[in-house]
Design a protein around this ligand. Structure first.
Ligand SMILES: [Ca+2]
Ligand SMILES: [Ca+2]
Length: 160
């Protein structure tokens, strides 16, 4: 009888020990999953921001319509840093948004730690940067969170 009781106790002890080990590994697993998903969520947000700004830029015209300029950047009557005044793709050259702004230039909710930048350059066929005017512009949008680079999105816009 005593022998049986002893066996049951040691069995219960082993089960408790096993459950304890399982609980620790499960909590570690849950923590890891949480870390992974919050990191993925951050990346998804950064990708959304990159795509959003790229779409805004690509929706603009190839170049300044009334008085096309040889140089990339804003044109007369446009205000540096105020994208609502931009009408062509290269007005976004050296553009910085911190925090990100919606197309009406209002801060976007839930993105206060993020920053996005845009660069515009002429390129030659073969992705070679060109200091002279070509028929192709490369738009590079970068998204940062707390100054850590998360996403770089490159796109092209041709004259026609
Ligand atoms: Ca312009
Ligand atoms: Ca321009």
């Amino acid at each position: 009888m005593n022998k049986n009781k002893g066996f049951v106790f040691s069995e219960i002890f082993l089960i408790l020990l096993y459950v304890g080990v399982m609980a620790v590994s499960l909590s570690t697993l849950v923590l890891l999953l949480h870390k992974t998903s919050s990191k993925n969520f951050e990346l998804i947000k950064a990708e959304q921001l990159a795509v959003g700004l790229t779409e805004e830029i690509l929706a603009r015209s190839w170049e300044e319509k009334l008085n096309p300029s040889e140089t990339l950047g804003i044109d007369s009557g446009e205000i540096e840093g105020d994208k609502t005044t931009f009408d062509d793709v290269d007005d976004f050259n050296n553009y910085i948004e911190a925090p990100p702004l919606n197309p009406s230039a209002q801060p976007m909710q839930g993105f206060s730690d993020f920053k996005r930048t845009a660069m515009v350059s002429y390129i030659k066929p073969g992705d070679e940067e060109s200091s002279e005017k070509t028929e192709l512009k490369k738009i590079t949008v970068s998204v940062y969170k707390k100054d850590k680079l998360l996403v770089v999105l490159k796109s092209l816009k041709g004259r026609h």
